[in-house]
Design a protein around this ligand. Structure first.
Ligand code: DC
Length: 232
């Protein structure tokens, strides 16, 4: 405990972590940090450079020379800058999801990015989401939530999001990508996705967004004796 609150939200891709974390951060006056966006930006850089993303040395070469910055715009949204270029939209493309998963499997990459992530928690009340926040990045977080849902439920939600953004994708494709990423993220040797022993698990398969949000608010309020907007 360093005087700031830290909430870690981990879970598989498409579990609604980012949407929930963003909304909760706004309601409780915390800074939202989306760590997946960092791996996505590195994935994009590797993809542009045309290197073999499974080769840790190649990926580290890119990472060590990378001008990667995290900025918050006036609306409080996290933006990712790659050599000054705002790539916040491009990193959401499905092919970049897989690239992010590939580069995130390397232990060297994870170690390199650790301090960048922890810095936020030293300077802010934060809600941080990812795969290893409760287990590795912020093992002392006051509250850890493991948000999960079935692959089908997650694929349905991701599809709706992508269609809304005008992407032309099919359910089967989205489900396949989710299954591949689950497999990669949970079986990798370096910081695999898993629930921290002291995390509260929330399975949102049968809940809509509002119900999930309500449940998460309840957990935060109970843990911190805090009402939305109270801690500013
Ligand atoms: O949360 P996301 O879908 O934006 O994450 C993209 C990829 O990055 C995901 O496949 C796993 C990886 N990741 C990770 O390994 N550790 C994190 N803390 C966040 C994301």
């Amino acid at each position: 405990m360093n005087g700031y609150y830290a909430v870690a939200i981990d879970g598989p891709s498409g579990s609604g972590k980012s949407t929930m974390a963003r909304k909760l951060a706004k309601a409780f006056g915390f800074l939202y940090v989306d760590t997946g966006a960092i791996y996505r930006t590195l994935g994009l850089a590797c993809s542009r450079a045309g290197i073999d993303r499974r080769d840790a040395k190649e990926v580290m070469k890119i990472l060590s020379g990378l001008d990667l910055q995290i900025r918050y715009n006036e609306a409080g949204e996290q933006c990712m800058l790659l050599s000054g270029e705002d790539v916040s939209r491009e990193i959401r493309l499905p092919e970049i999801s897989l690239a992010a998963s590939d580069v995130s499997a390397h232990q060297e990459v994870r170690s390199f990015l650790l301090d960048l992530q922890r810095k936020f928690a030293r300077e802010n009340d934060i809600i941080m989401d990812g795969r290893d926040i409760g287990t590795v990045v912020l093992p002392d977080a006051e509250l850890k939530i493991f948000l999960t849902a079935s692959p089908e439920a997650r694929a349905r939600r991701r599809l709706a999001e992508l269609l809304e953004k005008g992407e032309n994708v099919r359910f089967e494709e989205v489900l396949r990508d989710i299954i591949i990423r689950d497999e990669q993220d949970t079986t990798r040797a370096a910081a695999p996705l898993r629930k921290a022993a002291d995390a509260v698990e929330v399975d949102s398969s049968e809940m809509n967004a509002e119900e999930t949000y309500g449940r998460l608010c309840e957990i935060i309020i109970n843990r911190f004796a805090l009402a939305p907007e109270e801690k500013q």
